[in-house]
Design a protein around this ligand. Structure first.
Ligand SMILES: [Zn+2]
Length: 189
């Protein structure tokens, strides 16, 4: 049975894993809030610039790069763990993600990221090329017992979800500090 918790806004039942991804909200409350959330609007504008502008990621300012890559990490791990972060194109920004976590003072999360890196890439640096990364990263065969590396990675995911240093609050503080959102917009969110 799936553990359910009440939506923080309307009280409708939400699965624990969805609630974790959606700040404790059900899908409809999440969508309503997202449309107007200045942090989300800004993040979407970054995605747009990275995907649609000619220079892509390189055209972002340095603080924007740091913010963007830590947001990618947070979203990927919340969605499918560290394994998904490295499998997807987000893992191409590993170097910036490390720098971003340093800038946020998120040393515990940085430690988890580096441990995950050491499990999946024990002898090489993280390949920037996504196809190359996918060739190197081990996968669990369906139906096969979880190998030791997968159990270790699961443990890191669990520690990430415990969020002992409140990564999202740090991201928001960083966004305010760098005027990605106005003080007023970002004040009570
Ligand atoms: Zn709701």
């Amino acid at each position: 049975m799936i553990d359910q918790v009440p939506c923080a806004q309307c009280g409708a039942p939400v699965s624990e894993s969805s609630a974790r991804r959606m700040n404790g909200l059900c899908i409809s409350c999440k969508m309503k809030r997202t449309r107007t959330d200045p942090f989300h609007v800004f993040y979407n504008s970054l995605i747009d610039r990275v995907q649609r502008s000619r220079g892509g990621f390189d055209m972002l300012s340095e603080p924007e790069k740091l913010y963007f890559t830590v947001m990618l990490l947070r979203n990927e791990v919340n969605n499918g763990g560290f394994h998904q972060y490295f499998i997807n194109s987000s893992g191409s920004y590993y170097g910036y993600t490390e720098k971003g976590l340093v800038a946020l003072g998120a040393t515990h999360t940085l430690d988890l990221l580096r441990q995950a890196k050491d499990i999946l890439f024990p002898t090489i640096s993280v390949p920037v090329n996504t196809e190359l990364r996918r060739r190197v990263i081990p996968i669990v065969e369906p139906g096969a017992p979880a190998p030791e590396w997968a159990n270790k990675l699961d443990e890191l995911d669990r520690r990430f979800y415990a969020d002992s240093e409140n990564l999202t609050s740090r991201l928001k503080a960083f966004a305010r500090e760098h005027r990605f959102v106005s003080e007023q917009q970002g004040a009570d969110i």
